[in-house]
Design a protein around this ligand. Structure first.
Ligand code: PLP
Length: 363
């Protein structure tokens, strides 16, 4: 078998969820949209089934997959529904819904439901993506408050820059939120991972940790709590070929890298078709048998090349870790001009292998 695989440590996932909870008295949605950021939504949900207060996903397809896998905890649709025809399934599966636009209000009012829904009304407090404006918000709230289709009403908004401590923007969004929701009674949820980790004053009733559950830091600087996260995904493979090159030899497509010294090159069974970023530059860190080395040459579809010159003990068959414990995906992402979120979500082709000391979740 091709040695490329992603080892998913479900104990680390549980550790990270518990860390989020330990930072506040709030409840927390485990955000497992996009196949749990590439980690496997069903396995991750099962691993958190006894811990998580609720789950959050991006769409009804993701929610139904969880319900069909036996997940009974509340599941929030972070963007609600996309067309009215979903309301029947939302009713059937008892999904919690964000409402972010007037057309959703109208479709809800027209819906025939077996039971009223738990609604999270979204405020655009400054992200300017989705949600009601501060001027519209109280009116929509008052309208939904007295609607028979609504079982409970909660307040939700999203930060644009919570990963940057000093912009003032998060404080501004909190102030907009406070003004727009004044006098409206109901639970509040504002915090994504950087909010959970760095903005305790914004924790309120429900947290929404996503990326931190998977052990990647949302910050570009060391941060006390983020630094205690445990990477969940180890992206791994092996060296499948080795060659010795003299000075001045190009490696790979486009000859991006040319040897500046006699170089021992290791070829790794991992490429951009697996989700490893093609934009990773020369010098992107990798771990070979647990030791730091670096990418040299352009990443190709199924293979990439690393420098073995200073690792004489490593060679054919050596284990290569592209990210995971000992090499945070955020670091790799920075070398590829992207973020760990995208690296995880782009995972492709490689089989996932799950490890867990917790037997109930072994699936
Ligand atoms: C994805 C998402 C989150 C989780 O964000 P992270 O930065 O991964 O913690 C929280 N809230 C909403 C509305 C989201 O879409």
């Amino acid at each position: 078998m091709r040695p490329a695989h992603a080892l998913i440590d479900l104990d680390a996932l549980r550790h990270n969820y518990r860390l989020a909870k330990s930072l506040s008295d709030s409840r927390a949605f485990a955000v497992i949209k996009a196949n749990a950021y590439g980690h496997g939504a069903v396995e991750c949900a099962r691993a958190l089934a006894d811990d998580a207060d609720a789950f959050a996903v991006a769409c009804i397809e993701e929610a139904i997959e969880l319900r069909e896998a036996g997940i009974t905890r509340p599941i929030l649709l972070l963007e609600g529904w996309f067309e009215a025809s979903e309301l029947g399934l939302i009713d059937q599966h008892q999904l919690w819904c964000v409402i972010h636009a007037q057309w959703q209000v109208e479709e809800l009012l027209a819906a025939r439901l077996s039971a009223p829904l738990h609604i999270w009304l979204k405020l655009d407090s400054g992200m300017h993506r989705v949600g009601f404006s501060p001027e519209e918000y109280p009116g929509v709230w008052r309208q939904l408050e007295t609607t028979p289709q609504v079982a409970s009403l909660s307040k939700i908004s999203h930060f644009a820059r919570a990963d940057e401590p000093d912009t003032g923007r998060t404080e501004e969004q909190m102030a907009v939120f406070a003004r727009a929701t004044e006098g409206l009674e109901g639970p509040v949820s504002l915090c994504n991972s950087p909010g959970v980790l760095a903005w305790p004053q914004a924790h309120n009733d429900w947290l929404r940790p996503g990326i931190m559950l998977y052990g990647a830091t949302p910050f570009t600087f060391p941060q006390e709590h983020a630094d205690s996260l445990q990477p969940v995904m180890q992206l791994q493979s092996r060296i499948i070929a080795v060659r010795e090159l003299p000075v001045g030899e190009p490696i790979g497509y486009g000859s991006r890298f040319v040897t500046a010294r006699p170089t021992r090159v290791g070829v790794v069974a991992m490429g951009y078709a697996d989700g490893y970023p093609r934009h990773a530059g020369d010098g992107t860190p990798v771990l070979i048998d647990g030791q730091r080395s670096q990418l040299i040459g352009r990443v190709s579809m199924d293979m990439l090349t690393v420098d073995l010159t200073d690792l004489p003990g490593s060679g054919l068959g050596s284990e290569v870790r592209l990210w995971g414990k000992g090499l945070n995906a955020s670091k790799v992402a920075a070398h590829a001009g992207t973020i760990a979120y995208q690296l995880f979500c782009n995972l492709n082709r490689v089989p996932r292998r799950f490890t867990s000391s917790f037997s109930a979740s072994a699936t």
